[in-house]
Design a protein around this ligand. Structure first.
Ligand SMILES: *Cc1c(COP(=O)(O)O)cnc(C)c1O
Length: 389
């Protein structure tokens, strides 16, 4: 690994130049690669020789993207996927067997929750959930068959913070694999491997691309585990496309400056919303009023770009607010240059029962704002006029 700092690695990690002496990495849009002769082909297939064979296994553009994220997270190895969900699914499917058990935070991404509750039980893999406000309950859920400890922090959509140091200690004590979905923070803000995470997963669709263009996912971490995930994935086919990998690798060059501005805007908006007469609660990790403010300050460099707020008047008021929005987008994405407002109870988390939603902190009036890179005065103006509508 180089001694360069985060921003430099994000820009200067690149493939060797080709004969054309290009300045930035070209796109290698090719499904396969050629061999010099029979011996070259044989050796490549036995893995005596590490080289590109077929783009489902590896491709120069995906390799460059993976290497950048590995450096950012301080990981030994990684593999890139077509989507964040492919990364989540493949990491679990590659490493778990029938009879294994997962202990997971209750507040997790909607599709991950569906995976745990609807599909994994078909293969006899069960999940127990802990309340993020009661981490003491984690140890009581661990069984002899527990293999994974899983969490996202900050959580979606409630923006709660889970203590990574505590999770790392519990995982170590009970010999569990700690898997963290670090999508909301990005490696610029928080690096879970420092606290003992074995695997770190990202939906690269969000802040990594950051411009609402491509889908992508990645897992980085311990090389033995990544090896298993790689072998599973090269045989099941969720690989990232070279084009998307090229886009994502370019996006990482501006991750630090983008995330700095996202977080600066989000903090200003959160401060504006705090105490607003139409809002009963604002949650942003770097507001002192956040219940886990101290933990956020300990493990995060900045507060992130997501704000959760509770509009007075419940579901009606939440929907009226969305209808009054003029500039911000009503869209299912987050971490885009464009600010986005969503109403989780009626959209991303609508598949959960009312009871499951409340247990995960998703109240009827909860609105999630993904603060973008527009001028903060314009963002505040739009949110403000919609609240006063
Ligand atoms: C979006 C998201 C995912 C899924 O990623 P896709 O790229 O949409 O498949 C997983 N986890 C979190 C926390 C997310 O926000």
């Amino acid at each position: 690994m180089s001694d360069n700092k985060f921003e430099t690695d994000a820009i200067r990690t690149q493939l060797e130049r080709s004969q054309f002496q290009e300045h930035t990495t070209p796109m290698y849009v090719t499904s396969s690669f050629v061999f010099d002769d029979a011996e070259d082909m044989r050796a490549s297939f036995t893995e005596e020789k590490i080289r590109n064979i077929y783009s489902r296994y590896s491709n120069p553009n995906t390799t460059e993207f993976v290497e950048k994220v590995m450096k950012m997270e301080g990981a030994e190895d990684g593999y890139a996927f077509a989507t964040g969900m492919a990364a989540v699914y493949s990491s679990f499917a590659a490493l778990l067997s029938s009879g294994d058990h997962i202990v997971s935070a209750r507040s997790i991404f909607g599709s991950t929750h569906t995976l745990f509750t609807k599909y994994f039980p078909k293969w006899n893999i069960e999940t127990s959930y802990f309340d993020i406000n009661n981490p003491d309950e984690i140890e009581s859920l661990i069984k002899p068959s527990t293999k994974f400890l899983y969490a996202e922090t900050p959580t979606n959509p409630g923006v709660d913070i889970i203590d990574l140091e505590l999770l790392g200690k519990i995982a170590k004590k009970h010999n569990l694999l700690l898997v963290i979905d670090n999508c909301f923070a990005t490696p610029y803000i928080q690096q879970p491997i420092k606290y003992g995470a074995d695997l770190v997963i990202h939906s690269a669709t969000k802040l990594m691309d950051g411009q609402g263009r491509v889908l992508g996912g990645i897992v980085v971490g311990n090389s033995d585990l990544i090896r298993e995930i790689y072998l599973f994935s090269r045989n099941t086919g969720p690989a990232l496309s070279p084009f998307n990998a090229w886009v994502l690798s370019k996006s990482l060059e501006t991750l630090a400056v983008r995330v700095d501005r996202h977080c600066e805007n989000a903090l200003k908006l959160a401060q504006f919303l705090e105490g607003h007469e139409k809002i009963s609660k604002v949650k942003y990790p770097f507001l002192k009023s956040h219940p886990q403010y101290e933990i956020a300050k300990k493990q995060m460099k900045l507060g992130g770009n997501i704000i959760a707020m509770e509009i007075k008047g419940g579901i009606e008021a939440g929907r009226n607010f969305l209808d009054a929005i003029k500039m911000c987008s009503l869209s299912a994405n987050l971490g885009d240059t464009r600010s986005i407002v969503t109403h989780p109870a009626s959209t991303t988390h609508s598949k959960l029962s009312e009871e499951e939603r409340l247990a995960a902190g998703i109240t009827p009036g909860l609105v999630r704002i993904s603060v973008g890179l527009e001028n903060i005065d314009d963002i505040i103006q739009d949110i403000s006029q919609a609240l006063n509508n």
